[in-house]
Design a binder for this molecule. Structure first.
Ligand code: HEM
Length: 430
């Protein structure tokens, strides 16, 4: 175990050199220019209502982002002063740019609406105005883009992601408990304790399946599904849908393997744990890991972090579940001691990889106080300190009455998972 830890640390250290995180897609420039880029309340700013006034009709509208993006549906919509759509076909992406040919001969104010998915499978949208010859827009033509649907989409996506992490810990963490705690101790897997532990694994697979519609719907709401029923289908056809499909595939494969697992087959257990490792790598495609260069540095660090998180949370839950089973009573002390060792190693790995992730996504320590992303990291670390204090209190209390400390530890861990889900949904500073 010590050798594999050293190997993982060396791998992360070698790979995690330069940080060039681009993360969430951001509109950098546009043609015609977006005068409202970076304006906190576009609806209230007069520059945003009519936009730039150009003398001649632009033949195309081109948007350039800070990273390559994938247009969702038509990608760019341009509405003339008369309300007519003026794009000549769907938008085309080329590198960091997305463009569409337009027929903007009509004088007056046009509204451009764009929807894209970034490299880390995050949906982004925006709108701005420009005027040909003379402005004609009213405030109503450019409503504020960040309404209730956007906020509820964000909350739904965060909840979906937190459920995914919890499902990962329940499903694969409980299997890690069997592999790393029960198997080496030779505890016979019988009756109540065994059934209870399989229920945890099954609940994990179910949570993994349930999390995906929440994430997909959250992303669709963020893109404005309320005004366009096709958006959900467009989201599912994009990179977001690809990651959702891969995650669902793994969750269903775990579910399908449960019968073989329940026979006690060690081959099935090894295969299921390999599935868990694959899911940890897949998870990296839907977070900021994809924008780290070299890419392997982002994916490996993230996968190590996810696997360590799943192991820690999973073994704590599994310990709570088996603790009550009568047939496990004689081995309680040994199980608690070994679970403690596994949980400590998993925590150390999570902390080390979490520190590397922070290094990859922050531009400096100042970001920890200056940005929301940084403040969420600080809150997460503070919550972790409380969790570690509870774990140490449980150890001090011996095996006599540690359950209430473990329950506190578990509540803290769920809070950490919610904070992690918020973290991956926010734009990092780097
Ligand atoms: C020193 C401690 C830690 C720090 C500094 C830290 C920091 C981070 C950072 C920067 C990210 C990347 C978010 C992004 O993609 O933008 C992250 C992700 C995450 N962290 Fe931590 N973390 C720490 C410990 C933990 C622990 C102990 C847990 C588990 C209980 C945990 C759970 C997660 C999860 C679930 C993710 C999301 C990974 C994914 O979506 O692929 N973290 N963390």
């Amino acid at each position: 175990m010590r050798r594999s830890l050293a190997l993982a640390a060396a791998l992360v250290a070698v790979l995690a050199v330069p940080r060039n995180a681009l993360a969430h897609a951001r509109l950098v420039t546009s043609d015609p220019p977006d005068l409202c880029a970076g304006v906190p309340a576009p609806a209230a700013d007069s520059r945003c209502v009519t936009g730039v006034v150009v003398a001649a009709p632009p033949p195309i509208v081109r948007l350039t982002f800070n990273e390559p993006v994938q247009p969702i549906g038509p990608g760019i919509r341009v509405v003339a002063p008369s309300g007519r759509r003026v794009e000549r076909g769907p938008a085309r992406a080329s590198g960091r740019s997305v463009s569409v040919a337009v027929d903007a001969a009509e004088p007056g104010t046009y509204v451009v609406t764009w929807r894209v998915v970034s490299g880390d499978a995050q949906p982004e949208r925006g709108r701005f105005a420009f005027s040909v010859s003379r402005p004609t827009a009213t405030l109503a033509a450019l409503p504020d883009d960040r309404g209730a649907a956007l906020r509820s989409g964000f909350v739904l996506a965060v909840l979906g992601r937190a459920l995914h992490f919890l499902g990962y810990a329940l499903g694969f963490g409980s299997l890690a408990f069997r592999w790393l705690v029960i198997r080496p101790l030779g505890v016979p897997g019988v009756a109540a304790f065994d059934h209870a532990l399989w229920r945890v694994t099954r609940a994990g697979a179910a949570a993994l399946v349930l999390a995906e519609p929440l994430v997909g719907l959250g992303h669709a709401l963020r893109l404005g599904v309320a005004g366009d029923a096709d958006v959900l289908a467009d989201v599912l056809e994009s990179r977001v849908g690809l990651v959702i499909g891969q995650r669902l595939g793994i969750a269903l494969a775990l579910w399908a393997m449960l019968t073989a697992l329940e026979t006690g087959s060690s081959v099935a257990l090894k295969l299921a744990l390999a599935l868990g490792s694959a899911l940890a790598v897949i998870d990296g495609q839907a977070v900021h890991a994809v924008s780290v260069r070299p890419l392997a540095a982002g994916l490996v660090t993230n996968a190590v972090h996810v696997a360590a998180m799943g192991t820690w949370v999973g073994v704590v839950i599994a310990l709570l579940v088996v603790w009550r089973a009568a047939d496990v009573a004689p081995a309680r002390a040994a199980i608690a001691a070994r679970t403690g060792r596994v949980a400590t190693i998993a925590l150390l790995v999570a902390m080390a990889s979490g520190t590397v992730l922070s290094f990859q996504h922050l531009t400096g320590t100042g970001d920890l106080a200056r940005t929301l992303y940084g403040r969420v990291i600080v809150t997460k670390v503070a919550t972790l300190i409380v969790v570690v204090a509870l774990a140490m209190a449980a150890r001090r209390n011996g095996v006599a009455a540690p359950e209430r400390w473990w329950r506190g530890e578990l509540a803290g861990l769920v809070a950490v998972l919610l904070l992690a889900a918020a973290l991956v949904s926010l734009a990092p500073p780097a």
